[in-house]
Design a binder for this molecule. Sequence first.
Ligand code: GLU
Length: 491
Amino acid sequence: MTETVRTRFAPSPTGFPHVGNIRTALFAWLFARHHKGSFVVRIEDTDVARTVTGAVEAILEGLRWLNLDWDEGPETEGKYGPYFQSQRLALYKEAAERLVAQGNAYYCYCSPERLEAMRAEQARRKQPPGYDRMCRRLTADECARKNSEGLTPVVRFKTPLEGKTAYHDVIWGDVSFENNTIDDFVLLKSDGYPTYHLANVVDDHAMEITHVIRAEEWISSTPRHLMLYRALGYAPPQFAHLPMILGPDRVKLSKRHGAVSLIEYRDQGYLPEAMFNFLTLLGWSLDDKTEIMTREQIIQNFSLERISKTAAVFNLEKLNWMNGSYIRSLSADEFMRRAMPFLEKGLPPEIKRPLDSDYVHRMMPLAQERARTLVEVPGLVDFFFVSELQYEPVLLIDKKMTREASLQALEAAHQKLSALPSFENDSLEGVLRPLAEELGLKAGQLFGTLRVAVTGRTVAPPLFQTMVVIGRGLCMERIGIAIEKLRRLAG
Ligand code: GLU
């Protein structure tokens, strides 16, 4: 590629960024980074009525969270700015007027009521919806008269009535549309704001975008854009439309499938590097097997050619697995740093704060081994902190054991453990395994009973490590309480 690649992410701030939006941004970013080009962020805020407060900030926050840095755009600026379409209105007006002067566009004075009635009639006759081109025939004099009556027109594009508009999509191959299926779409609204089509084309040209990488849903807009490029005398960029993202039920991913907002994933404790890797695989692949890849590896290998046309399926199980794997690859300190806010927030309020940092340090590796998301961390380790474990006493009676056998086991363990000279992994193992044998139990039976006694649950991190972290004092106290519970439990 001889020219410098310039891609853009052009979100409309009409809502908070979801997985689909950010996957688009990611692919445009990856393509730019792979080619050592530029990645531009442009805010398409021309639909004033649908603009949502806080959406721009949320979009930028989402990009920053995934570390998708932009070379030009809000906050960074650049020589093609401003990067908010609402600040570029003069450009669109100029383009629209030029198209009218050239005979490629015209003023339309049809009232909303007329358009509404027209649509209703089309629906009744089962005709495809679309403007009936009434104002396409107006003369300059007729327009002047309407203007003097105080009517404000919209500008519509004069779509060719015949022929085809075709292009080669980098992902979809040759795509072609019959021109007569496209109506005379609006370029400039009566409030002076451009429509998406006009602003998008004017800006992609003005910002020298070489590759338009965007969601599949925009394929049907592309012929309109190409007509505009031609009429304006601009060379069109390359287009690559990304495959749709479906939920596991193969229906387009939406709120019904759970979290779709990117920031929700952050708040649930997904790591940005895992999310980055996971989103990359929604449509792109290195080969048919590699799943975990570093950022550098992805940048290095990324190509539009390896993007599939087949819709990608968002598989939460896979994301959880991948996130867990990224969690385990963090250094202990890094895991601690990231998990701490989740721990502080997620532990019950009655647990005294600040948390004992030494204790937290010793227990965190056990959580790191198991957590799939950071939000799971408090639930995995809360038993380390609570002053009184809440559990059903029957849980102390392991499979194929009686109350008496469990009681006897706990009493014996209590005795042995208090007499141990040191309370370490090896010493615990050294005393508890023979004890099980002595009691005629399987090791798993004794350990199961002890696990419930010291953690209050049947599934927990490895028993000896857990006991060492909890410490002898608290272990003995908890085993004592378990013994009491069993004694009170009617046989
Ligand atoms: N503003 C459009 C959107 O929100 C941009 C589509 C495009 O990339 O052309 O998706």
